[in-house]
Design a protein around this ligand. Structure first.
Ligand SMILES: Cc1cc2nc3c(=O)[nH]c(=O)nc-3n(C[C@H](O)[C@H](O)[C@H](O)COP(=O)(O)OP(=O)(O)OC[C@H]3O[C@@H](n4cnc5c(N)ncnc54)[C@H](O)[C@@H]3O)c2cc1C
Length: 457
């Protein structure tokens, strides 16, 4: 920005009409507000604009543009790459924007950009409704939906982005634009997978579905059975009903003992009777050390894994879709997990099928519509002294899986050091169209702290 005194004058000018809170270094809440889910991220913006509504977002965008400030946008603050904050520049923080309105008759929900899935589900479940959200309740609806959004209900109802029916966006020019299939439809296409590239989304509107009790939980076997359990998982996922979404993971026991486990997590959103028969092959596999699979609320399902992802833990993730899950790939996963250095880390397989895979590659901006597996190497630890060891384990594990990696990568899991090619891998054949859209809505790349799409044709 300019000299400190001029800087103060400009901030005072902004604060004269700003409804939310403006924080500068030294302010009491500043340090708390700049921190994200990933404790590795330690950046210091010149100004944090904690917006209360769309008018504040508009003022913040205009202020940054007029003063040549870099912009970072914070929704839920969960992205591991830490792009929701910047050094210098303006952090547009939506975490005070938590309004949610449910329209029971239309079965839709409107939610502001700072809402998390926990808050969203609490409100929708009051009406016996839900939509596809993240597997963890503390994740923000904003970043997750804009990047695609996979979760427990995706086999039945598609990705979170597939359930988006409208959005309100503050563009780089500071205009407030509504977007849906009927209004600015080009933008609406891009919002469903193109990340935060086209503006700040102040409101999201979702289609909801009747979801009451589901059958969900996790079943865990001793690590010695990991290879057989992953083969069972491969077999089970060849013929899943839409209602059933299954993830598999090599994880440590949740009691902190460090015991290694092979785990399947499940959510069946159909009738309890159908769930029992669909889950039978998994239930009868052997003698589990933990089995929590049973009828429960969707809201509870969304929190069942939360404890494994404490806020402030140090995170470094690697991820890619897989070409398949061969015996050799399974062997490699087991071998890599056997040398995993942190009890919070794990290797996760997320299976795509059903409604999420019946959408055309170019129907929305997110192109990953093939049935199959996404690999997520979750490296998570608590002591900064262990950074090098845990980052190395993630990189080496990812490298060991290279023979089975597909070309596609999920934008929401990419790290800062994944490089330029990762953007291509995330957007696939939709990248050229996304660049044209970026040129229309953000020609100077004002919004670039994201899985960036370069303006151009
Ligand atoms: C513990 C954990 C569990 C996860 N589980 C899942 C899961 O089950 N399924 C899944 O699909 N993903 C999952 N993710 C990944 C998640 O989708 C991404 O990290 C996502 O970016 C988080 O969104 P957020 O709003 O919380 O993040 P933020 O860090 O706030 O934002 C992420 C990106 O989106 C941009 N952005 C945020 N809000 C807006 C907005 N309103 N308008 C425009 N741009 C915005 C930011 O600038 C940034 O580039 C998980 C991540 C973590 C850490």
């Amino acid at each position: 920005m300019t000299k400190p005194s001029q800087e103060q004058d400009k901030i005072a000018e902004l604060s004269a009409h700003f409804s939310g809170v403006l924080l500068c270094p030294g302010d009491a809440e500043y340090d708390k507000a700049r921190r994200l889910h990933n404790g590795m991220i330690d950046k210091r913006p010149t100004l944090i604009a904690r917006c209360l509504g769309t008018a504040d977002v508009t003022d913040a965008v205009n202020f940054a543009r007029a003063n040549g400030l870099e912009i970072a946008v914070r929704g839920g603050g969960h992205n591991v790459s830490g792009r929701a904050v910047c050094d210098g520049g303006l952090m547009i923080d939506l975490s005070l924007m938590r309004g949610i309105h449910i329209d029971r008759a239309r079965r839709t929900a409107r939610a502001q950009g700072g809402v998390t899935w926990r808050e969203f589900n609490r409100e929708t479940q009051l009406s016996g409704l839900a939509t596809t959200g993240g597997a963890i309740s503390t994740t923000g609806i904003a970043g997750l939906t804009l990047g695609g959004g996979l979760g427990w209900l995706m086999g039945m109802y598609g990705l979170a982005a597939d359930n988006l029916v409208g959005a309100e966006v503050v563009t780089a020019a500071g205009d407030v634009v509504r977007s849906s299939n009927d209004e600015n439809a080009d933008l609406f296409w891009g919002l469903r997978g193109g990340g935060g590239n086209f503006g700040v989304v102040s409101w999201f509107e979702y289609q909801l579905h009747p979801i009451g009790l589901v059958t969900s939980g996790l079943i865990a076997y001793p690590f010695e059975r990991a290879r057989d359990m992953l083969k069972l998982y491969r077999e089970a996922t060849t013929s899943l009903p839409d209602e059933l979404t299954l993830f598999a993971a090599l994880l440590h026991a949740p009691d902190g003992s460090g015991v290694r486990l092979a785990v399947i997590t499940a959510c069946h959103c159909g009738s309890p009777g159908e769930a029992v028969s669909a889950l039978q092959p998994i239930k009868k596999f052997g003698s589990p050390v933990i089995d929590t699979i049973g009828p429960t609320s969707y809201e509870a399902t969304n929190t069942m894994l939360d404890a494994g992802f404490p806020r402030g833990a140090l995170n470094y993730w690697k991820s890619s879709f897989l070409e398949g899950l061969s015996d050799a790939a399974i062997e490699t996963l087991a071998a890599r997990f056997s040398v995993c250095p942190s009890p919070l880390s794990g290797l996760v397989l997320e299976h795509f099928h059903g409604a999420a895979t019946r959408v055309g590659v170019s129907e929305t901006a997110i192109p990953h519509r093939r049935e199959g597996y996404n690999l997520l190497v979750v490296s998570e630890w608590l002591d900064p002294g262990d950074n090098a060891r845990n980052i190395a384990w993630a990189r080496e594990s990812y490298d060991a899986m290279r023979p089975w990696l597909a070309s596609g990568r999920y934008a929401n899991y990419l790290s800062d050091d994944d490089g330029e090619d990762a953007g291509q891998a995330a957007y696939g054949p939709n990248y050229p169209r996304l660049r044209v859209l970026k040129t229309k809505y953000d020609p100077t790349n004002l919004f670039h702290l994201n899985q960036n799409i370069r303006p151009g044709s």
